[in-house]
Design a protein around this ligand. Structure first.
Ligand code: SAM
Length: 215
């Protein structure tokens, strides 16, 4: 069985429907004791959840890369009143598992998983997002952030939360942009690769209020 389907079956076996905490624990348990899953995981996850909880009512969150829906559940449960999450996932099997995970967590009304590739979906999006979670393929972080910027999709004062920007992932081009373009106030938080003892980090960047034209 595909490891994502196996992880979903493990969740349904270990956690009751709607018990978000037990669902995330079951996914962690699967990743530790059965097969590795590239979830944001239990060490970096709470940092993401804290940033989502701090958003204002009605906030819109965008996630690039959903895999099994671990972070979609984690974000969905932390959303403020009236908030929503749109997750974009390129792989059809992952879309199916992430949607099933969101449904099992009881978060269907708040979380939508859209099937598509970030570079194709970004130009079709409307409005602005208050938080963007970058967690798809690492070489796409910079081009996709530039696309989000050029389409005006990030709310000034909005947060860009990038997972896996530790030394293992060659994040130099992305970090150079958020640290030196003058567009962001940005901070690195040291952590570990999910379920492993190797160094990793997340970069949390806040889009400055200054308009791009003035830079
Ligand atoms: C690290 S996993 C995401 C983990 C997930 N955010 C979590 O913490 O539970 C990366 C995912 O990004 C997806 N992906 C890669 N490139 C993509 C793209 N261009 N657009 C959308 N999804 C993409 C992969 O198929 C994979 O499922």
């Amino acid at each position: 069985m595909d490891r994502r389907q196996a992880a979903l079956a493990h969740v349904k076996n270990q956690a009751s429907k709607g018990d978000v905490e037990a669902i995330l624990l079951a996914l962690d348990d699967f990743a530790i004791h059965q097969e590795f899953l590239m979830n944001v995981g239990p060490e970096k996850g709470p940092l993401l959840q804290a940033k989502v909880s701090a958003l204002s009512a009605g906030a819109r969150v965008l996630e690039l890369g959903c895999f099994c829906g671990y972070s979609a559940v984690l974000i969905g449960t932390a959303l403020p009143e009236g908030g929503s999450l749109l997750g974009i996932e390129v792989d059809g099997e992952s879309v199916q598992v992430a949607r099933a995970m969101v449904d099992y967590a009881g978060l269907n009304g708040k979380v939508t998983i859209q099937h598509g590739s970030s570079d194709e979906v970004i130009p079709t999006l409307a409005g602005t997002f208050d938080l963007v979670f970058l967690d798809h393929w690492k070489e796409l972080y910079k081009p996709d952030l530039l696309a989000l910027e050029s389409h005006g999709l990030i709310q000034p004062g909005g947060v860009v939360f990038a997972d896996n920007v530790g030394p293992h992932f060659n994040p130099e081009a992305y970090l150079k942009h958020v640290r030196h373009s003058g567009r962001y106030d940005t901070e690195y938080h040291s952590s570990h690769i999910e379920y492993r003892d190797e160094e990793d980090g997340v970069e949390i960047s806040v889009l400055r209020q200054t308009s791009f034209n003035a830079l």
